[in-house]
Design a protein around this ligand. Structure first.
Ligand SMILES: *Cc1c(COP(=O)(O)O)cnc(C)c1O
Length: 488
């Protein structure tokens, strides 16, 4: 069922695609033919998140048994989210806000990173292997991955982040993570150093053969893994079901989803939902790093531009890896054409799609961009008008949704709790705090009930990990993790 975007290898099953993560030719795993996977909308209207998840997973995870899927769903979603709804929706002004941050780390990465470890664990069991996950993080992904993999059978995880390069809250979230199989290290250097270090670990022959001798594969929790993408399809359907049930739309009516976008994973999951039958259109919301906005408007993807650090850091990206999957479908599954665009991107930092591909793109996607000032103003205005606090990423999407034409009903995806980025949020609402913890407690005072419990109790938790290392020593940390995983 799965092949690569860059050649017609395979087809291979879902388990193998999840185990491999990235295809050997450098492409991403995709399902070329989804014609037999359509989802009957009438069937999902009365179902809850887990029941819809079951329907989606049974269609797309071809070689998982029903009982394996049920077990994964139970472990991923039972008791891990603050709210049984997993992805609640609420009306704020002219828009419906889809809140994706009620998971253990208060950002939307949880929706996928609670499930990926379960899917990987089953895939490993079938292959008789274990996996050591190596991940570089600029903040959000690291904690969500640690939390998702903590004590999952057959797995262990090492996370590397730039020393002094993540927020105090993000650092504390990672350093307090419990689990026999989790480790985290601050690297002296910036995010690129940490990322480069991890890439070198993956191609280190000695390390790979040492892992191999112990029945362990080195793997990543990166958003290019198809096992991280599929879980994100579900909330598009669950939100649609909610809108029908609440009378906001009639069954079959189109809805516009506005998605705060970085690596193009979240909005691509929406595109998959559309391919499976969801009547949806998409607005891609970008911050000052507006490479995607330009692409959707002009058909030219050009990463040769200045990189900005913004108050929505998880969207500060110039190469949106998952866009490759969308290109594959827009180009009618022509893997040679995709490979050639990706070669252009590698060589020139730039590529251009033809007119007919561009019009296909524009028939489904619009886009907009928001500068820092507009983002701040949106946070303030939405709070003043509706008593609702948006985080900095969700505010980008809300602002873009306000600016663009749309269907009658508009859903804005909210990807983080405002309490995860309290300094920027408080600066927009009230005043600048030097200390992030002070900003957090001031934001708590505004609405004490809204702060996720895991964040309000965070500062009091004991620190379990405090290693600061040089890039040269990353290799040793992996050897030790291999020894530990082999004995677990
Ligand atoms: C990762 C992330 C995004 C961007 O999602 P993509 O799937 O990379 O496009 C947006 N907001 C937050 C808070 C995130 O953590």
């Amino acid at each position: 069922m799965y092949t690569s975007t860059r050649s017609s290898i395979g087809p291979i099953g879902a388990k193998e695609a999840i185990l491999q993560g990235l295809a050997a030719d450098g492409g991403l795993f995709v399902m070329p033919d989804l014609s037999s996977c359509s989802i009957d909308l009438e069937e999902i209207i009365d179902k809850d998140f887990s029941e819809i998840a079951r329907i989606v997973y049974l269609k797309l995870l071809d070689d998982f048994s029903e009982s394996e899927i049920d077990e994964c769903i139970e472990k991923a979603y039972s008791g891990t989210f603050e709210n049984d709804e997993i992805a609640p929706i609420r009306q704020v002004g002219d828009h419906y806000i889809l809140e994706l941050w009620h998971g253990p780390t208060s950002a939307f990465k949880d929706v996928a990173l609670t499930m990926l470890p379960q899917l990987l664990s089953k895939s490993l069991q079938s292959a008789g292997k274990k996996a050591l996950i190596l991940t570089a993080t600029s903040g959000d992904t690291g904690k969500a991955a640690m939390s998702g993999f903590a004590d999952v059978k057959g797995t262990a995880i090492c996370v590397y982040y730039p020393h002094g390069g993540v927020s105090p809250i993000q650092e504390k979230q990672m350093s307090t993570q419990i689990g026999k199989n989790v480790d985290v290290f601050a690297i002296r250097g910036n995010f690129d150093d940490a990322q480069r270090g991890v890439k070198e670990l993956f191609v280190n022959n000695e390390l790979n053969s040492y892992a191999n001798q112990n029945g362990i594969v080195l793997s990543s929790a990166n958003s290019i893994n198809i096992g991280r993408l599929i879980p994100q399809i579900i909330y598009y359907f669950s939100s649609y079901a909610y809108l029908v049930k609440s009378g906001a739309i009639k069954l079959g009516e189109a809805v516009t989803y506005t998605v705060p976008t970085g690596n193009f994973g979240d909005v691509l999951a929406g595109y998959y939902a559309h391919k499976l039958g969801l009547p949806a259109r998409f607005s891609v919301a970008a911050n000052k790093n507006n490479v995607l906005d330009d692409f959707i408007k002009t058909g030219i993807y050009d990463r040769n531009r200045e990189f900005f650090k913004t108050m929505s850091p998880s969207m500060d990206i110039l190469i949106s890896s998952n866009l490759e999957r969308l290109l594959y479908y827009l180009l009618d599954c022509d893997s040679n054409a995709v490979a050639s665009l990706m070669a252009d991107l590698k060589t020139y930092g730039k590529y251009e799609i033809d007119e007919s591909t561009k019009s296909k793109l524009q028939s489904l996607f619009t886009s907009g961009t928001t500068n820092e000032d507009e983002t701040s103003k949106t946070i303030k205005e939405v709070y003043d008008s509706f008593n609702y606090v948006l985080d900095t990423h969700s505010a980008v999407a809300y602002n873009v949704a306000q600016k663009l034409n749309r269907d009658k009903v508009s859903v804005v995806l909210s990807t983080a709790s405002p309490y995860k980025f309290p300094q920027a949020v408080m600066k927009s609402l009230y005043k600048d705090f030097d200390d992030e913890w002070e900003a957090l407690s001031a934001l708590e005072d505004i609405n004490p009930d809204a702060c996720p419990k895991a964040l309000s109790s965070l500062s009091a938790l004991p620190t379990l990990h405090d290693s600061v290392i040089d890039q040269e020593n990353m290799c040793d940390t992996v050897s030790r993790a291999i020894d530990k995983l082999a004995s677990l």
